[in-house]
Design a protein around this ligand. Structure first.
Ligand code: MN
Ligand code: MN
Length: 303
């Protein structure tokens, strides 16, 4: 049995790509099972519910298991026990971040907007029919990661594949995309800590550990009116987890701007973005993507 799994703090791409890729493996006669590490976020729950797809089981430890990684390839973002697992494949769209294997593996990475784009492309290249439900969740993952094709991470391939998927599942991209953005923006009863860590990634830049959370929303003021509470909690987390720097990106999906809240060491951030930080925050005009617009300049300055 091969376990197909996305990153910690799973997003819609991690969950849906794992489900769809495990399904393809099974169609091909392999034995695969999608799993997740961490709770499902509300957007993903909405998507799985809409297309009537089961939530994958949670797994704590990958030790001694055969594993296929989707949507990540760094130990710091993976479920526990990966170093003791038998890694079989990687399907991803992120930077290559230090995996080491003892045997040759399939390593499929492309600089596209979502892992779901690659998974759908693999189906198409193998001439396998994409089931309607699967097309629905793959489309959702593309729209989630690319902010309905608005993100600078979106490529022509994402747009093309999404169109094919929308024809298979019979969903209008713009209409459904807006529905998803609204779903993503719902804060509900979230505590500051959950807002900070809800969509969160850790990076090692040289010796420095950096945490970067992101809230993508169509109503950024609902988040920023809690700035003081958020900063207070961020300072706590910075100390507890020994972060060199902790950043929370509050991204306005409609205006395509990001307000960054920063705690810990701030000089490198100022250098990376040529911005003065005032009251622990800075406005990053035109910034939507953590991966493409925030991490590279930070890494260049810090590593
Ligand atoms: Mn992801
Ligand atoms: Mn992704």
């Amino acid at each position: 049995m091969k376990y197909v799994i996305g990153h910690k703090k799973p997003d819609t791409d991690s969950i849906c790509s794992a489900i769809a890729y495990a399904e393809l493996k099974n169609i091909e006669g392999d034995n695969a099972k999608p799993v997740r590490c961490g709770p499902i976020n509300p957007e993903t729950e909405f998507v799985l519910d809409k297309f009537n797809v089961d939530i994958p089981q949670e797994i704590e430890d990958l030790s001694n298991k055969k594993v296929i990684l989707v949507d990540h390839n760094e130990y710091s973002q993976a479920a526990g026990g990966l170093k003791k697992a038998e890694l079989k494949e990687v399907v991803d769209h992120h930077r290559i971040g230090g995996l080491v294997t003892s045997n040759p593996i399939f390593f499929h990475c492309e600089p596209v907007g979502s892992t779901a784009t690659i998974v759908a492309d693999i189906y198409l290249n193998k001439n396998k029919e994409i089931p309607q439900k699967t097309a629905g969740i793959l489309l959702s993952a593309i729209l989630s990661d690319t902010v309905v094709h608005r993100s600078p991470t979106n490529t022509e391939k994402d747009t093309e594949i999404a169109k094919k998927l929308s024809e298979i599942c019979g969903v209008d991209i713009e209409e459904y995309g807006k529905e998803m953005l609204k779903e993503k923006s719902k804060l509900g009863e979230k505590e500051p800590r959950d807002i900070i860590l809800g969509d969160f990634k850790e990076y090692e830049f040289g010796e420095k550990l950096v945490g970067v959370g992101q809230v993508e929303t169509v109503v950024p003021n609902e988040v920023l009116e809690q700035k003081n509470q958020l900063l207070q909690e961020m300072k706590k987390i910075t100390t507890q987890e020994n972060y060199n720097t902790l950043i929370l990106l509050v991204t306005d999906l409609l205006e395509k701007d990001t307000e960054a809240l920063i705690t810990g060491e701030t000089q490198n951030f100022e250098k990376a973005f040529q911005k003065e930080i005032k009251n622990n925050s800075a406005t990053l005009k035109g910034v939507l993507s953590r991966k493409k617009q925030v991490i590279p300049p930070l890494e260049d300055t810090m590593a």
